[in-house]
Design a protein around this ligand. Structure first.
Ligand code: NAP
Length: 257
């Protein structure tokens, strides 16, 4: 038996991570210590249930050291499906420390009959086909990989970001609009129409929080350049909050692993 409350670390940065933190706290109160970790990519992150910590751990070794020091008993990797570095580090660190890890993610969206998707394997291929698709392109892929679009000419990029960029973006022709999800379909449709958008670039992230722009593109019959997701990290995998809570219950109530 443990001589203290079990300690859950949730690797977060997504809507489903926030929901899990809230549900775990509602279910266990102080009987479960919940730490929620964010990378620190946004200036004013929303307040999450549990204790928040912000910033990288220093690779897999840094995370392993942090897990030992903080006496973490279980980790739920609820990061974004494209956050592959963090997920790999979580697997390595949990294996090194010998604690259980769950991947809580979501499956990619599937095109409906009236969708006009152009499926591409990666961001470079997305950039390459844009000139065929129109003059004004909507990009909401985060700020980290915009450099892939640096060489584009003759295309105006409307870039949605959470925070105002501190420096010029590495793009030839662009404008920035600010916004933080979740977004609604009606507002996204108005936005794409108002900005006279010809095509949308999206990562196929699955889930509800950012689907509204895909539904909006469907409403307007716009092409969506859809970047395929990487395969999920190895290990036990669930997609629903109920399954994630069930896993936490098994680990928390089952005593030492
Ligand atoms: P990444 O490339 O997999 O991670 C890069 C590094 O950022 C990691 O090695 C780690 O640094 C740090 N990091 C990432 N997630 C962290 C977390 N939850 N807590 C503490 N450190 C974290 O990830 P990314 O694609 O940059 O995404 C960063 C965060 O934004 C993730 O938490 C993800 O859930 C969220 N997010 C990402 C996207 C996306 O499109 N990729 C979209 C929405 C939200 P150290 O090696 O120093 O530990």
């Amino acid at each position: 038996m443990r001589d203290r409350n079990p300690h859950l670390l949730i690797l977060a940065g997504t809507a489903h991570a926030a929901r899990l933190a809230e549900a775990a706290q509602a279910r266990y109160g102080t009987a479960l210590t919940v730490t929620v970790s964010l990378a620190g990519r946004t200036e004013s992150p929303e307040t999450l249930a549990g204790s928040m910590r912000i910033g990288g751990f220093g690779g897999a070794e840094g995370l392993a050291e942090w897990l030992r020091r903080s006496r973490v008993d279980m980790v739920v990797d609820a990061t974004h499906p494209f956050a592959t570095g963090m997920s790999a580090n979580a697997r390595l660190a949990c294996d090194a420390v010998g604690i259980p890890r769950l991947v809580f993610s979501r499956s990619p969206w599937v095109a409906a009959a009236d969708d006009r998707w152009r499926a591409v394997p990666d961001i470079a291929r997305a950039a390459a086909i844009l000139p065929q698709l129109g003059a004004r392109i909507f990009l909401s892929i985060g700020s980290q990989q915009l450099a892939a679009f640096a060489g584009l000419r003759g295309v105006h990029l409307v870039v949605r970001m959470i925070d105002s960029p501190k420096t010029e973006l590495p793009l030839a022709d662009y404008s920035v609009i600010l916004g933080r999800g979740p977004f609604c379909e009606a507002a996204e449709t108005d936005l794409l129409r108002g900005e006279r958008i010809d095509a949308v670039v999206s990562r196929n992230s699955g889930g509800n929080a950012t689907f509204a722009k895909i539904a909006a593109a469907r409403n307007l019959r716009l092409p969506v350049v859809m970047i395929a997701p990487p395969p999920p990290e190895r290990g036990q995998y669930v997609e629903t909050l109920e399954e994630a809570l069930q896993w936490v219950a098994e680990k928390a109530e089952g005593g030492e692993h």
